[in-house]
Design a protein around this ligand. Structure first.
Ligand code: PMV
Length: 301
């Protein structure tokens, strides 16, 4: 039996702007999906969603990995079981984590000799196949871990702070929100383009603030980034409530992470404010998850 795990991700800066080649900063966070694999007579995939064989309705990502690998390197059967601490469909990269952890598990079981770069790019091709379109960021960050400047893919210093995620539990569709921003941009290009470019500038400034460990300013710029995300129409009431309550409870900064319109927010927090921020997120109707950046990308456990 081999067990591999891979982390979730958050954006400190730059979601949406990154679609237009602006800079972003993404962190792998210590909330993981674990995939266990062993040889078996046939294909069995087990998760909290049920037990299936190859099944593109219930286990689309794992089924795609199973079939792609079988074509490259035939094997009789495997039994795969998935346990995840990453909320699904909330912008934290749950699909990327299960994809790269499954690839890593096969890599070790079948001794495929893939390096991390090939796990990340194979993972991205699976996400594209299942979703139609997918950014390479989720699979890259989940594979490599750490704090990563996008699109340069350069590793930055990790923030030595806590990250508190607040999940609204409101469904959000990345595709629809990306389309909404594209539509606003095509109607008001002279207004929206500079906003996206300002988000990119906040992200670039964030790189030097991380380098200097200046978390007060980093938080302040995250708040600025949040204002700009509101301006391009990806906020919602539930997210605003969690963001504002986190700030009132002492967060250094708080903003949407991911596509917005629901899903999650992230707050940057010093140790002494963790309890108050978590409590206020809960009081505001969200589910808090206290975490931090992890350097450990996909790995054998
Ligand atoms: O919510 P997520 O994790 O799917 O992130 C979306 C990030 C966007 O910048 C809005 C889209 C993208 O593909 O980069």
């Amino acid at each position: 039996m081999i067990t591999c795990s891979a982390p979730a991700k958050v954006y400190l800066f730059g979601e949406h702007a990154v679609v237009y080649n602006e800079s972003a900063i993404c962190c792998a966070v210590n909330i993981r999906t674990r995939v266990n694999i062993e040889y078996s007579e046939n294909i069995v995939i087990n998760s909290s969603l049920g037990t299936t064989g190859i099944d593109y309705e219930i286990h689309p990502y794992v089924s795609a990995v199973v079939e792609k690998i079988r074509k490259k390197s035939p094997y009789r059967g495997v039994s795969i079981s998935i346990e995840s601490d990453i909320p699904v469909g909330s912008g934290l990269g749950s699909s990327a984590a299960v994809v790269v952890a499954t690839i890593c598990a096969f890599n070790n079981l079948l001794k495929l000799g893939m390096d991390k770069e090939s796990i990340a790019s194979f993972g991205h091709s699976i996400e594209k196949e299942i979703q139609g379109a997918a950014s390479a960021t989720d699979t890259y960050v989940s594979t490599m871990g750490g704090t990563v400047a996008i699109p340069a893919r350069q590793h930055l210093k990790n923030p030595l702070c806590n990250l508190i995620i607040g999940n609204t539990n409101v469904f959000s569709s990345t595709g629809q929100l990306v389309a909404k921003v594209a539509s606003l941009k095509s109607i008001y290009p002279e207004v929206i383009t500079p906003i996206l470019s300002t988000i990119g500038k906040a992200s670039l400034r964030g790189e030097s603030l991380l380098e200097n460990e200046d978390y007060r300013s980093l938080g302040e710029l995250m708040n600025v980034n949040q204002g700009l995300l509101e301006a391009i129409g990806v906020g919602c009431d539930e997210l605003s409530r969690l963001i504002h309550s986190s700030r009132t409870a002492g967060a250094l900064g708080a903003k949407i992470t991911g596509a917005g319109g629901g899903g999650c927010m992230v707050a940057l927090a010093e140790n002494e404010n963790i309890d108050a921020i978590s409590r206020e997120i809960k009081n505001a109707g969200g589910i808090p998850i206290v975490t931090g950046v992890t350097d450990s990308g996909v790995r054998v456990d």
